[in-house]
Design a protein around this ligand. Structure first.
Ligand SMILES: NC(=O)C1=CN([C@@H]2O[C@H](COP(=O)(O)OP(=O)(O)OC[C@H]3O[C@@H](n4cnc5c(N)ncnc54)[C@H](O)[C@@H]3O)[C@@H](O)[C@H]2O)[C@@H](O)CC1
Ligand SMILES: Nc1ncnc2c1ncn2[C@@H]1O[C@H](COP(=O)(O)OP(=O)(O)O)[C@@H](O)[C@H]1O
Ligand SMILES: [K+]
Length: 557
Protein backbone atom coordinates (compact mmCIF):
# COMPACT_ATOMS: atom_id res chain seq x y z
CA UNK A 1 0.00 0.00 0.00
CA UNK A 2 1.12 3.52 -0.66
CA UNK A 3 1.06 5.57 2.54
CA UNK A 4 -0.35 9.06 2.11
CA UNK A 5 0.40 11.89 4.53
CA UNK A 6 -0.85 15.35 5.36
CA UNK A 7 1.31 18.47 5.12
CA UNK A 8 1.61 18.57 8.93
CA UNK A 9 2.80 14.94 9.04
CA UNK A 10 5.32 15.71 6.28
CA UNK A 11 6.61 18.72 8.21
CA UNK A 12 7.03 16.53 11.27
CA UNK A 13 9.03 14.02 9.20
CA UNK A 14 11.22 16.85 7.90
CA UNK A 15 11.86 17.92 11.48
CA UNK A 16 12.73 14.37 12.52
CA UNK A 17 15.15 13.98 9.60
CA UNK A 18 16.90 17.19 10.61
CA UNK A 19 16.99 16.45 14.35
CA UNK A 20 19.27 14.07 16.26
CA UNK A 21 20.24 11.34 15.66
CA UNK A 22 20.07 11.93 11.88
CA UNK A 23 20.91 15.62 11.80
CA UNK A 24 20.42 16.08 8.08
CA UNK A 25 20.94 19.67 7.05
CA UNK A 26 18.01 21.50 5.36
CA UNK A 27 20.40 22.65 2.65
CA UNK A 28 21.15 19.02 1.78
CA UNK A 29 17.45 18.08 1.71
CA UNK A 30 16.72 21.01 -0.57
CA UNK A 31 19.68 20.06 -2.76
CA UNK A 32 18.36 16.51 -3.06
CA UNK A 33 14.84 17.77 -3.82
CA UNK A 34 15.93 20.10 -6.62
CA UNK A 35 18.21 17.41 -8.07
CA UNK A 36 15.36 14.86 -7.97
CA UNK A 37 13.16 17.12 -10.11
CA UNK A 38 15.76 17.17 -12.85
CA UNK A 39 16.66 13.48 -12.56
CA UNK A 40 13.07 12.20 -12.47
CA UNK A 41 11.82 14.83 -14.93
CA UNK A 42 14.32 13.82 -17.62
CA UNK A 43 12.04 11.02 -18.83
CA UNK A 44 9.19 13.50 -19.52
CA UNK A 45 11.42 16.09 -21.10
CA UNK A 46 13.34 13.71 -23.37
CA UNK A 47 16.70 14.74 -21.87
CA UNK A 48 17.61 18.29 -20.75
CA UNK A 49 20.38 19.04 -23.23
CA UNK A 50 19.56 22.21 -25.24
CA UNK A 51 16.07 22.46 -23.75
CA UNK A 52 14.66 25.87 -22.85
CA UNK A 53 13.20 25.79 -19.35
CA UNK A 54 11.12 28.39 -17.47
CA UNK A 55 11.36 27.93 -13.71
CA UNK A 56 8.90 29.74 -11.44
CA UNK A 57 10.14 30.13 -7.87
CA UNK A 58 7.96 31.15 -4.93
CA UNK A 59 9.37 32.64 -1.77
CA UNK A 60 9.07 29.55 0.46
CA UNK A 61 11.15 26.39 0.44
CA UNK A 62 9.28 25.11 -2.61
CA UNK A 63 10.85 28.04 -4.46
CA UNK A 64 14.21 27.06 -2.96
CA UNK A 65 13.84 23.62 -4.56
CA UNK A 66 13.24 25.42 -7.86
CA UNK A 67 16.51 27.35 -7.50
CA UNK A 68 18.41 24.08 -7.04
CA UNK A 69 16.53 22.50 -9.97
CA UNK A 70 17.65 25.42 -12.16
CA UNK A 71 21.32 24.71 -11.36
CA UNK A 72 20.92 20.99 -12.13
CA UNK A 73 19.08 21.72 -15.39
CA UNK A 74 21.96 24.00 -16.41
CA UNK A 75 24.44 21.27 -15.57
CA UNK A 76 22.46 18.91 -17.81
CA UNK A 77 22.79 21.31 -20.73
CA UNK A 78 19.52 23.28 -20.55
CA UNK A 79 18.97 27.02 -20.91
CA UNK A 80 16.98 28.39 -17.95
CA UNK A 81 14.77 31.44 -17.32
CA UNK A 82 14.26 31.69 -13.57
CA UNK A 83 11.50 33.93 -12.17
CA UNK A 84 11.87 35.12 -8.57
CA UNK A 85 9.78 37.87 -7.01
CA UNK A 86 10.07 37.19 -3.30
CA UNK A 87 11.79 39.44 -0.82
CA UNK A 88 15.09 37.70 -0.15
CA UNK A 89 15.14 38.77 3.50
CA UNK A 90 12.13 36.53 4.18
CA UNK A 91 13.74 33.43 2.62
CA UNK A 92 14.89 30.47 4.67
CA UNK A 93 18.70 30.35 5.10
CA UNK A 94 18.93 27.35 2.74
CA UNK A 95 16.91 29.09 0.00
CA UNK A 96 19.12 32.15 0.33
CA UNK A 97 22.23 29.99 0.07
CA UNK A 98 21.00 28.35 -3.14
CA UNK A 99 19.96 31.74 -4.53
CA UNK A 100 23.53 33.09 -4.02
CA UNK A 101 24.95 30.15 -5.96
CA UNK A 102 22.49 30.57 -8.81
CA UNK A 103 23.12 34.33 -8.99
CA UNK A 104 26.79 33.58 -9.45
CA UNK A 105 25.90 31.40 -12.44
CA UNK A 106 23.53 33.88 -14.12
CA UNK A 107 25.09 35.00 -17.40
CA UNK A 108 22.00 36.48 -19.09
CA UNK A 109 22.21 33.81 -21.82
CA UNK A 110 22.05 30.23 -20.61
CA UNK A 111 20.96 31.33 -17.16
CA UNK A 112 18.57 34.28 -17.09
CA UNK A 113 17.39 35.44 -13.65
CA UNK A 114 14.29 37.64 -13.70
CA UNK A 115 14.23 39.07 -10.16
CA UNK A 116 11.49 41.52 -9.19
CA UNK A 117 11.57 41.54 -5.37
CA UNK A 118 8.14 42.25 -3.92
CA UNK A 119 6.60 43.09 -7.32
CA UNK A 120 4.73 41.32 -10.11
CA UNK A 121 7.11 39.88 -12.71
CA UNK A 122 7.11 41.25 -16.26
CA UNK A 123 4.15 39.25 -17.54
CA UNK A 124 4.77 39.91 -21.25
CA UNK A 125 8.31 38.59 -20.92
CA UNK A 126 7.13 35.64 -18.83
CA UNK A 127 4.60 34.76 -21.52
CA UNK A 128 7.29 34.90 -24.22
CA UNK A 129 9.57 32.71 -22.14
CA UNK A 130 6.87 30.12 -21.44
CA UNK A 131 5.86 30.06 -25.08
CA UNK A 132 9.41 29.47 -26.20
CA UNK A 133 10.17 26.87 -23.51
CA UNK A 134 9.84 23.12 -23.85
CA UNK A 135 9.59 22.78 -20.07
CA UNK A 136 8.00 24.76 -17.23
CA UNK A 137 9.02 23.93 -13.64
CA UNK A 138 6.42 24.95 -11.06
CA UNK A 139 8.15 25.74 -7.77
CA UNK A 140 5.69 28.40 -6.61
CA UNK A 141 4.14 26.77 -3.53
CA UNK A 142 4.17 23.26 -2.13
CA UNK A 143 2.91 21.84 1.14
CA UNK A 144 2.86 25.34 2.66
CA UNK A 145 -0.18 26.32 0.57
CA UNK A 146 -3.74 26.49 1.95
CA UNK A 147 -6.85 28.39 0.96
CA UNK A 148 -6.73 30.61 -2.12
CA UNK A 149 -3.61 31.78 -3.93
CA UNK A 150 -2.58 35.33 -3.19
CA UNK A 151 -1.13 37.80 -5.69
CA UNK A 152 1.15 37.81 -7.57
CA UNK A 153 1.19 33.98 -7.51
CA UNK A 154 -2.48 33.78 -8.55
CA UNK A 155 -1.83 35.87 -11.69
CA UNK A 156 1.22 33.80 -12.62
CA UNK A 157 -0.72 30.53 -12.20
CA UNK A 158 -3.52 31.85 -14.44
CA UNK A 159 -0.98 32.97 -17.05
CA UNK A 160 0.75 29.58 -17.10
CA UNK A 161 -2.64 27.87 -17.51
CA UNK A 162 -3.59 30.18 -20.37
CA UNK A 163 -0.26 29.71 -22.20
CA UNK A 164 -0.50 25.95 -21.89
CA UNK A 165 -4.11 25.79 -23.10
CA UNK A 166 -3.80 28.21 -25.99
CA UNK A 167 -0.41 28.23 -27.63
CA UNK A 168 2.55 26.40 -26.22
CA UNK A 169 2.29 22.88 -24.88
CA UNK A 170 5.37 22.50 -22.73
CA UNK A 171 5.99 19.69 -20.30
CA UNK A 172 5.03 21.01 -16.86
CA UNK A 173 6.87 19.53 -13.89
CA UNK A 174 5.41 20.34 -10.48
CA UNK A 175 7.82 20.49 -7.56
CA UNK A 176 6.41 18.49 -4.61
CA UNK A 177 2.79 19.66 -5.24
CA UNK A 178 1.13 21.39 -8.19
CA UNK A 179 0.86 24.99 -6.94
CA UNK A 180 -2.67 25.84 -5.84
CA UNK A 181 -3.56 22.31 -4.69
CA UNK A 182 -4.11 21.72 -0.98
CA UNK A 183 -1.81 18.89 0.11
CA UNK A 184 -4.34 17.55 2.64
CA UNK A 185 -7.59 17.62 0.68
CA UNK A 186 -6.81 17.97 -3.02
CA UNK A 187 -8.94 21.16 -3.05
CA UNK A 188 -7.91 23.75 -5.59
CA UNK A 189 -7.52 27.48 -5.06
CA UNK A 190 -10.74 29.21 -6.14
CA UNK A 191 -12.33 25.82 -6.82
CA UNK A 192 -11.44 25.94 -10.51
CA UNK A 193 -8.67 23.55 -11.59
CA UNK A 194 -8.33 25.44 -14.91
CA UNK A 195 -7.40 28.77 -13.32
CA UNK A 196 -6.76 28.04 -9.64
CA UNK A 197 -3.82 25.65 -9.87
CA UNK A 198 -1.02 24.51 -12.11
CA UNK A 199 -1.93 21.50 -14.21
CA UNK A 200 1.23 19.43 -14.43
CA UNK A 201 2.40 16.67 -16.71
CA UNK A 202 4.04 15.10 -13.67
CA UNK A 203 4.63 15.93 -10.03
CA UNK A 204 7.85 14.94 -8.35
CA UNK A 205 6.96 14.74 -4.68
CA UNK A 206 9.47 14.54 -1.86
CA UNK A 207 9.79 12.19 1.07
CA UNK A 208 6.29 10.74 1.23
CA UNK A 209 3.12 10.91 -0.90
CA UNK A 210 0.73 13.70 0.06
CA UNK A 211 -2.97 12.92 0.25
CA UNK A 212 -4.04 15.84 -1.95
CA UNK A 213 -2.18 14.34 -4.92
CA UNK A 214 -4.76 11.54 -5.02
CA UNK A 215 -7.94 13.47 -4.29
CA UNK A 216 -9.94 15.34 -6.93
CA UNK A 217 -9.49 17.94 -8.30
CA UNK A 218 -5.85 17.92 -7.14
CA UNK A 219 -5.37 14.52 -8.75
CA UNK A 220 -6.06 16.00 -12.19
CA UNK A 221 -3.57 18.83 -11.58
CA UNK A 222 -0.84 16.46 -10.38
CA UNK A 223 -0.57 14.40 -13.56
CA UNK A 224 1.68 11.41 -13.00
CA UNK A 225 3.02 11.31 -9.44
CA UNK A 226 6.60 10.25 -8.76
CA UNK A 227 8.04 10.08 -5.27
CA UNK A 228 11.67 10.67 -4.40
CA UNK A 229 12.81 9.99 -0.83
CA UNK A 230 15.43 12.80 -1.18
CA UNK A 231 17.71 10.89 1.19
CA UNK A 232 15.37 11.06 4.17
CA UNK A 233 16.05 8.23 6.65
CA UNK A 234 13.83 5.22 6.05
CA UNK A 235 12.54 4.98 9.67
CA UNK A 236 11.36 8.59 9.46
CA UNK A 237 9.40 7.85 6.28
CA UNK A 238 7.75 4.84 7.94
CA UNK A 239 6.06 6.99 10.58
CA UNK A 240 2.60 5.83 11.52
CA UNK A 241 1.65 8.26 14.30
CA UNK A 242 -1.75 9.92 13.97
CA UNK A 243 -4.10 9.11 11.11
CA UNK A 244 -2.46 6.95 8.50
CA UNK A 245 -4.00 6.88 5.07
CA UNK A 246 -3.25 3.96 2.79
CA UNK A 247 -3.82 3.80 -0.93
CA UNK A 248 -4.92 0.25 -1.75
CA UNK A 249 -2.88 -1.36 -4.50
CA UNK A 250 -3.26 -4.54 -6.56
CA UNK A 251 -0.75 -6.47 -4.44
CA UNK A 252 -2.68 -5.72 -1.24
CA UNK A 253 -5.83 -7.27 -2.64
CA UNK A 254 -4.00 -10.13 -4.38
CA UNK A 255 -2.29 -11.07 -1.10
CA UNK A 256 -5.67 -11.36 0.61
CA UNK A 257 -7.38 -13.19 -2.24
CA UNK A 258 -5.49 -16.40 -1.56
CA UNK A 259 -6.70 -19.31 -3.65
CA UNK A 260 -9.57 -21.31 -2.21
CA UNK A 261 -8.81 -24.47 -0.32
CA UNK A 262 -8.68 -27.24 -2.93
CA UNK A 263 -10.89 -29.40 -0.69
CA UNK A 264 -13.23 -26.53 0.19
CA UNK A 265 -17.02 -26.67 0.01
CA UNK A 266 -19.72 -24.05 -0.38
CA UNK A 267 -20.24 -23.85 3.36
CA UNK A 268 -16.72 -22.45 3.72
CA UNK A 269 -17.36 -19.49 1.44
CA UNK A 270 -20.24 -17.99 3.37
CA UNK A 271 -23.93 -17.52 2.78
CA UNK A 272 -24.89 -14.01 1.74
CA UNK A 273 -28.46 -12.96 2.48
CA UNK A 274 -29.71 -10.02 0.44
CA UNK A 275 -32.82 -8.24 1.65
CA UNK A 276 -34.09 -5.49 -0.59
CA UNK A 277 -36.36 -4.60 -3.46
CA UNK A 278 -39.81 -3.09 -3.67
CA UNK A 279 -42.46 -2.76 -6.34
CA UNK A 280 -40.69 0.09 -8.07
CA UNK A 281 -37.17 -1.29 -7.64
CA UNK A 282 -36.63 -5.02 -7.93
CA UNK A 283 -33.43 -4.67 -9.96
CA UNK A 284 -31.30 -3.24 -7.16
CA UNK A 285 -31.56 -6.32 -4.94
CA UNK A 286 -30.93 -8.58 -7.95
CA UNK A 287 -27.79 -6.65 -8.82
CA UNK A 288 -26.51 -7.00 -5.25
CA UNK A 289 -27.15 -10.76 -5.51
CA UNK A 290 -25.28 -10.88 -8.82
CA UNK A 291 -22.35 -9.00 -7.24
CA UNK A 292 -22.19 -11.55 -4.42
CA UNK A 293 -22.35 -14.56 -6.76
CA UNK A 294 -19.65 -13.16 -9.03
CA UNK A 295 -17.38 -12.51 -6.06
CA UNK A 296 -17.35 -16.14 -5.02
CA UNK A 297 -19.95 -16.35 -2.23
CA UNK A 298 -20.73 -19.96 -1.29
CA UNK A 299 -24.49 -19.40 -1.37
CA UNK A 300 -26.65 -16.36 -2.09
CA UNK A 301 -30.20 -16.01 -0.74
CA UNK A 302 -32.39 -13.18 -1.95
CA UNK A 303 -35.47 -12.07 -0.01
CA UNK A 304 -37.77 -9.54 -1.64
CA UNK A 305 -41.38 -8.49 -0.93
CA UNK A 306 -43.87 -11.10 -2.16
CA UNK A 307 -45.20 -9.05 -5.08
CA UNK A 308 -41.68 -8.52 -6.37
CA UNK A 309 -40.67 -12.19 -6.14
CA UNK A 310 -42.02 -13.32 -9.55
CA UNK A 311 -39.82 -10.77 -11.31
CA UNK A 312 -36.77 -12.04 -9.41
CA UNK A 313 -37.25 -15.79 -9.64
CA UNK A 314 -34.92 -17.44 -12.08
CA UNK A 315 -33.14 -14.29 -13.15
CA UNK A 316 -29.98 -15.80 -11.71
CA UNK A 317 -30.58 -19.52 -11.39
CA UNK A 318 -27.90 -19.96 -8.74
CA UNK A 319 -29.53 -17.40 -6.42
CA UNK A 320 -32.08 -18.76 -3.96
CA UNK A 321 -34.78 -16.15 -4.38
CA UNK A 322 -38.02 -16.06 -2.40
CA UNK A 323 -40.75 -13.60 -1.48
CA UNK A 324 -41.56 -12.45 2.03
CA UNK A 325 -45.00 -11.34 3.34
CA UNK A 326 -47.76 -10.35 0.97
CA UNK A 327 -47.11 -6.80 -0.22
CA UNK A 328 -44.95 -4.82 -2.64
CA UNK A 329 -42.63 -3.49 0.06
CA UNK A 330 -41.32 -4.68 3.42
CA UNK A 331 -43.19 -3.84 6.61
CA UNK A 332 -42.92 -4.61 10.31
CA UNK A 333 -44.88 -7.82 9.67
CA UNK A 334 -41.88 -9.24 7.74
CA UNK A 335 -39.30 -8.74 10.51
CA UNK A 336 -39.84 -12.15 12.10
CA UNK A 337 -39.52 -14.08 8.81
CA UNK A 338 -36.35 -12.27 7.76
CA UNK A 339 -34.67 -12.56 11.18
CA UNK A 340 -35.43 -16.29 11.33
CA UNK A 341 -33.98 -16.89 7.88
CA UNK A 342 -30.98 -14.76 8.73
CA UNK A 343 -29.95 -17.41 11.26
CA UNK A 344 -28.74 -19.46 8.29
CA UNK A 345 -26.79 -16.59 6.72
CA UNK A 346 -23.24 -15.44 7.40
CA UNK A 347 -23.92 -11.82 6.47
CA UNK A 348 -26.95 -9.71 5.62
CA UNK A 349 -26.84 -7.08 2.87
CA UNK A 350 -29.78 -4.81 3.63
CA UNK A 351 -31.11 -1.90 1.65
CA UNK A 352 -30.85 -2.02 -2.15
CA UNK A 353 -34.18 -1.02 -3.68
CA UNK A 354 -36.17 -1.13 -0.40
CA UNK A 355 -37.94 2.12 -1.25
CA UNK A 356 -38.71 4.95 1.14
CA UNK A 357 -42.11 3.74 2.33
CA UNK A 358 -43.07 4.86 5.83
CA UNK A 359 -43.86 1.24 6.79
CA UNK A 360 -40.44 0.04 5.68
CA UNK A 361 -38.74 2.26 8.27
CA UNK A 362 -39.86 0.08 11.20
CA UNK A 363 -38.85 -3.03 9.24
CA UNK A 364 -35.26 -1.80 8.71
CA UNK A 365 -34.80 -0.59 12.26
CA UNK A 366 -36.15 -3.77 13.84
CA UNK A 367 -34.14 -6.06 11.59
CA UNK A 368 -31.01 -4.13 12.58
CA UNK A 369 -31.93 -4.50 16.23
CA UNK A 370 -32.75 -8.19 16.11
CA UNK A 371 -30.71 -9.85 13.38
CA UNK A 372 -27.73 -11.54 15.00
CA UNK A 373 -25.19 -11.34 12.18
CA UNK A 374 -22.91 -8.81 10.43
CA UNK A 375 -24.77 -6.35 8.19
CA UNK A 376 -23.86 -4.36 5.09
CA UNK A 377 -26.29 -1.43 5.05
CA UNK A 378 -26.80 0.45 1.80
CA UNK A 379 -29.09 2.76 -0.16
CA UNK A 380 -32.65 3.03 1.25
CA UNK A 381 -31.52 1.05 4.28
CA UNK A 382 -29.39 4.09 5.16
CA UNK A 383 -32.33 6.40 4.51
CA UNK A 384 -34.48 4.63 7.10
CA UNK A 385 -31.93 4.91 9.92
CA UNK A 386 -31.10 8.60 9.54
CA UNK A 387 -33.05 9.51 12.67
CA UNK A 388 -32.12 6.38 14.63
CA UNK A 389 -28.36 6.15 14.38
CA UNK A 390 -27.92 4.99 17.99
CA UNK A 391 -29.15 1.63 16.67
CA UNK A 392 -25.62 0.78 15.57
CA UNK A 393 -24.07 0.97 19.01
CA UNK A 394 -26.80 -1.28 20.40
CA UNK A 395 -25.83 -4.10 18.03
CA UNK A 396 -23.46 -6.89 19.02
CA UNK A 397 -22.47 -7.54 15.39
CA UNK A 398 -20.55 -5.15 13.14
CA UNK A 399 -22.11 -3.01 10.42
CA UNK A 400 -20.51 -1.69 7.25
CA UNK A 401 -22.33 1.34 5.83
CA UNK A 402 -21.81 1.98 2.12
CA UNK A 403 -23.17 5.49 1.43
CA UNK A 404 -22.47 7.65 -1.58
CA UNK A 405 -21.82 11.33 -0.93
CA UNK A 406 -25.51 12.28 -1.00
CA UNK A 407 -26.43 9.53 1.46
CA UNK A 408 -23.50 10.40 3.68
CA UNK A 409 -24.53 14.04 3.65
CA UNK A 410 -27.98 13.05 4.94
CA UNK A 411 -26.50 10.77 7.60
CA UNK A 412 -24.05 13.35 8.90
CA UNK A 413 -26.07 16.53 8.35
CA UNK A 414 -22.98 18.01 6.61
CA UNK A 415 -23.22 19.49 3.12
CA UNK A 416 -21.56 17.60 0.26
CA UNK A 417 -19.11 20.51 -0.13
CA UNK A 418 -18.18 20.36 3.56
CA UNK A 419 -17.57 16.61 3.33
CA UNK A 420 -15.44 17.02 0.23
CA UNK A 421 -13.38 19.72 1.96
CA UNK A 422 -12.32 17.14 4.56
CA UNK A 423 -13.50 13.68 3.49
CA UNK A 424 -11.04 11.82 5.71
CA UNK A 425 -11.83 13.83 8.83
CA UNK A 426 -15.61 13.70 8.32
CA UNK A 427 -15.78 10.00 7.65
CA UNK A 428 -13.47 9.24 10.59
CA UNK A 429 -15.49 11.35 13.01
CA UNK A 430 -18.72 9.72 11.89
CA UNK A 431 -17.40 6.16 12.08
CA UNK A 432 -16.05 6.81 15.58
CA UNK A 433 -19.19 8.43 16.91
CA UNK A 434 -21.52 5.74 15.53
CA UNK A 435 -19.29 2.72 16.03
CA UNK A 436 -19.59 1.60 12.41
CA UNK A 437 -17.36 0.79 9.46
CA UNK A 438 -17.91 3.23 6.60
CA UNK A 439 -17.18 2.76 2.92
CA UNK A 440 -17.78 6.23 1.47
CA UNK A 441 -18.24 5.75 -2.27
CA UNK A 442 -16.80 8.27 -4.68
CA UNK A 443 -13.60 9.29 -6.38
CA UNK A 444 -11.71 8.11 -4.46
CA UNK A 445 -13.59 5.78 -2.12
CA UNK A 446 -12.68 5.92 1.60
CA UNK A 447 -12.88 3.01 4.03
CA UNK A 448 -12.70 3.72 7.75
CA UNK A 449 -13.15 1.58 10.85
CA UNK A 450 -14.88 2.73 14.05
CA UNK A 451 -11.80 2.74 16.24
CA UNK A 452 -8.81 2.78 13.96
CA UNK A 453 -6.70 5.71 12.91
CA UNK A 454 -6.31 3.90 9.60
CA UNK A 455 -8.04 5.13 6.47
CA UNK A 456 -7.96 3.12 3.24
CA UNK A 457 -8.34 4.89 -0.08
CA UNK A 458 -9.33 3.14 -3.27
CA UNK A 459 -8.89 4.75 -6.65
CA UNK A 460 -9.78 1.98 -9.09
CA UNK A 461 -12.88 2.63 -11.19
CA UNK A 462 -13.86 5.10 -13.84
CA UNK A 463 -16.54 7.53 -14.95
CA UNK A 464 -18.41 4.77 -16.82
CA UNK A 465 -19.48 3.60 -13.37
CA UNK A 466 -21.50 6.74 -12.69
CA UNK A 467 -24.82 5.11 -13.52
CA UNK A 468 -27.62 3.59 -11.48
CA UNK A 469 -27.04 0.12 -10.07
CA UNK A 470 -23.26 0.19 -9.73
CA UNK A 471 -23.48 0.74 -5.97
CA UNK A 472 -25.89 -2.19 -5.61
CA UNK A 473 -23.34 -4.52 -7.19
CA UNK A 474 -20.73 -3.20 -4.75
CA UNK A 475 -22.98 -4.07 -1.81
CA UNK A 476 -23.03 -7.70 -2.92
CA UNK A 477 -19.25 -7.74 -3.41
CA UNK A 478 -18.63 -6.30 0.07
CA UNK A 479 -20.87 -8.97 1.62
CA UNK A 480 -19.15 -11.80 -0.29
CA UNK A 481 -15.65 -10.57 0.58
CA UNK A 482 -16.55 -10.32 4.25
CA UNK A 483 -17.51 -13.99 4.57
CA UNK A 484 -14.58 -15.47 2.69
CA UNK A 485 -12.97 -18.50 4.27
CA UNK A 486 -10.01 -16.33 5.32
CA UNK A 487 -12.35 -14.21 7.51
CA UNK A 488 -11.00 -10.79 6.61
CA UNK A 489 -11.55 -7.93 9.03
CA UNK A 490 -14.50 -5.72 7.98
CA UNK A 491 -12.28 -2.88 6.75
CA UNK A 492 -10.19 -5.35 4.74
CA UNK A 493 -13.29 -6.88 3.17
CA UNK A 494 -14.51 -3.39 2.30
CA UNK A 495 -11.30 -2.25 0.66
CA UNK A 496 -10.92 -5.53 -1.26
CA UNK A 497 -14.48 -5.08 -2.53
CA UNK A 498 -13.98 -1.44 -3.49
CA UNK A 499 -10.78 -2.34 -5.33
CA UNK A 500 -12.33 -5.29 -7.22
CA UNK A 501 -15.49 -3.33 -8.05
CA UNK A 502 -13.40 -0.55 -9.62
CA UNK A 503 -11.01 -3.00 -11.28
CA UNK A 504 -13.99 -4.82 -12.85
CA UNK A 505 -15.25 -1.44 -14.11
CA UNK A 506 -11.82 -0.74 -15.57
CA UNK A 507 -11.91 -4.12 -17.32
CA UNK A 508 -15.29 -3.23 -18.81
CA UNK A 509 -13.74 -0.07 -20.27
CA UNK A 510 -11.12 -2.22 -22.00
CA UNK A 511 -13.54 -4.85 -23.31
CA UNK A 512 -16.73 -2.83 -23.92
CA UNK A 513 -15.97 0.87 -23.95
CA UNK A 514 -15.63 3.82 -21.62
CA UNK A 515 -19.32 4.07 -20.81
CA UNK A 516 -22.59 2.29 -21.46
CA UNK A 517 -21.54 -0.97 -19.83
CA UNK A 518 -24.12 -2.17 -17.35
CA UNK A 519 -23.82 -2.95 -13.62
CA UNK A 520 -24.52 -6.59 -14.51
CA UNK A 521 -21.64 -6.58 -17.00
CA UNK A 522 -19.43 -5.08 -14.31
CA UNK A 523 -20.44 -7.83 -11.89
CA UNK A 524 -19.62 -10.42 -14.53
CA UNK A 525 -16.16 -8.88 -14.93
CA UNK A 526 -15.31 -9.40 -11.25
CA UNK A 527 -13.97 -12.97 -11.79
CA UNK A 528 -11.71 -11.64 -14.56
CA UNK A 529 -10.47 -8.86 -12.28
CA UNK A 530 -9.68 -11.52 -9.68
CA UNK A 531 -7.88 -13.65 -12.27
CA UNK A 532 -5.80 -10.63 -13.31
CA UNK A 533 -4.71 -10.15 -9.69
CA UNK A 534 -3.86 -13.83 -9.34
CA UNK A 535 -1.75 -13.62 -12.49
CA UNK A 536 0.09 -10.58 -11.19
CA UNK A 537 0.74 -12.36 -7.90
CA UNK A 538 2.04 -15.45 -9.74
CA UNK A 539 4.32 -13.27 -11.89
CA UNK A 540 5.73 -11.59 -8.80
CA UNK A 541 6.35 -15.03 -7.28
CA UNK A 542 8.19 -16.16 -10.41
CA UNK A 543 10.32 -13.03 -10.32
CA UNK A 544 11.26 -13.77 -6.73
CA UNK A 545 12.04 -17.46 -7.23
CA UNK A 546 14.95 -18.37 -9.55
CA UNK A 547 13.85 -20.01 -12.80
CA UNK A 548 16.02 -23.05 -11.99
CA UNK A 549 13.52 -23.81 -9.22
CA UNK A 550 10.74 -24.32 -11.81
CA UNK A 551 13.02 -26.35 -14.11
CA UNK A 552 13.84 -28.68 -11.21
CA UNK A 553 10.16 -29.10 -10.46
CA UNK A 554 9.48 -30.08 -14.08
CA UNK A 555 11.88 -33.05 -13.84
CA UNK A 556 13.86 -32.01 -16.95
CA UNK A 557 13.61 -33.39 -20.50
N1 LIG B 1 12.99 20.06 5.07
C1 LIG B 1 11.99 20.58 4.43
O1 LIG B 1 11.11 21.18 5.04
C2 LIG B 1 11.96 20.41 2.97
C3 LIG B 1 11.00 21.10 2.25
N2 LIG B 1 11.01 21.08 0.93
C4 LIG B 1 10.14 21.95 0.15
O2 LIG B 1 9.55 22.90 0.94
C5 LIG B 1 8.16 22.96 0.69
C6 LIG B 1 7.49 23.49 1.89
O3 LIG B 1 8.09 24.73 2.13
P1 LIG B 1 7.39 25.89 2.91
O4 LIG B 1 6.90 25.39 4.20
O5 LIG B 1 8.32 27.04 2.89
O6 LIG B 1 6.10 26.17 2.06
P2 LIG B 1 5.87 26.50 0.52
O7 LIG B 1 7.07 26.97 -0.17
O8 LIG B 1 5.13 25.37 -0.04
O9 LIG B 1 4.84 27.66 0.66
C7 LIG B 1 5.08 28.72 1.57
C8 LIG B 1 5.29 29.97 0.81
O10 LIG B 1 4.20 30.16 -0.05
C9 LIG B 1 3.52 31.33 0.31
N3 LIG B 1 2.10 31.05 0.34
C10 LIG B 1 1.43 30.26 1.23
N4 LIG B 1 0.11 30.26 0.98
C11 LIG B 1 -0.03 31.05 -0.11
C12 LIG B 1 -1.16 31.47 -0.83
N5 LIG B 1 -2.38 31.08 -0.49
N6 LIG B 1 -0.97 32.27 -1.90
C13 LIG B 1 0.26 32.67 -2.24
N7 LIG B 1 1.37 32.32 -1.58
C14 LIG B 1 1.23 31.53 -0.52
C15 LIG B 1 4.00 31.75 1.66
O11 LIG B 1 3.98 33.14 1.79
C16 LIG B 1 5.37 31.17 1.70
O12 LIG B 1 6.27 32.06 1.17
C17 LIG B 1 7.78 21.58 0.27
O13 LIG B 1 6.63 21.57 -0.51
C18 LIG B 1 9.02 21.18 -0.51
O14 LIG B 1 8.91 21.62 -1.85
C19 LIG B 1 12.14 20.49 0.23
O15 LIG B 1 13.09 21.50 0.11
C20 LIG B 1 12.70 19.31 0.93
C21 LIG B 1 12.99 19.56 2.35
N1 LIG C 1 -16.33 8.65 -12.04
C1 LIG C 1 -16.18 7.55 -11.29
N2 LIG C 1 -14.97 7.00 -11.11
C2 LIG C 1 -14.82 5.89 -10.33
N3 LIG C 1 -15.84 5.27 -9.71
C3 LIG C 1 -17.07 5.76 -9.86
C4 LIG C 1 -17.32 6.91 -10.65
N4 LIG C 1 -18.64 7.17 -10.61
C5 LIG C 1 -19.21 6.22 -9.83
N5 LIG C 1 -18.28 5.36 -9.37
C6 LIG C 1 -18.49 4.23 -8.46
O1 LIG C 1 -19.73 3.57 -8.80
C7 LIG C 1 -20.50 3.30 -7.64
C8 LIG C 1 -21.83 4.04 -7.71
O2 LIG C 1 -22.56 3.81 -6.55
P1 LIG C 1 -23.98 4.49 -6.24
O3 LIG C 1 -23.91 5.95 -6.50
O4 LIG C 1 -24.37 4.05 -4.89
O5 LIG C 1 -24.90 3.83 -7.33
P2 LIG C 1 -26.35 3.18 -7.20
O6 LIG C 1 -26.95 3.66 -5.93
O7 LIG C 1 -27.08 3.67 -8.39
O8 LIG C 1 -26.14 1.72 -7.24
C9 LIG C 1 -19.62 3.71 -6.44
O9 LIG C 1 -18.90 2.60 -5.99
C10 LIG C 1 -18.68 4.75 -7.03
O10 LIG C 1 -17.47 4.84 -6.31
K1 LIG D 1 4.87 23.52 -6.66
Amino acid sequence: MKTLYTAAQMRQMDREAMAAPYGLSPTVLMENAGAAVIAKGAAYVGGWNRKRVTILCGKGNNGGDGLVAARHALAAGAQVYVYIWGDETTYSPESREHLQTLRAMADGKTCVLAETPGALPDLAMLRRHIESSQVVVDALVGTGFHGALREPTATVVRLVGKCIRTTASPVVLAVDMPSGVDADTGAVSGDDPETGAITATATITFGAYKRGLFQYPGKICAGEVLRDPIGMPFPVLQRTAGTVTYMVEAADVAARLSLRSPNGHKGMHGTVGIVGGSESMSGAALLAACGAVRSGAGKVCLRVPAKVAPACMGKYTEVMAAGAGTGGHFTEADVQTVCEEARNWSVLALGPGLGRYAETQAFVRQVLQRAALPVVLDADGLYHVQAAQDIFQQRAYPVILTPHLGEFSRLTGCSVAAIQADSVGTVQAFARSRGVYVLLKGTPTYIVSPTGQTVYVNETGNAGMSCGGMGDVLTGIVAAMWVRETHPAPAEAAFMAAYLHGAAGDRCVRTIGSYGYTPEELAKAVPQAIRELERQAADRYREMVPSSHFEDQGGGE
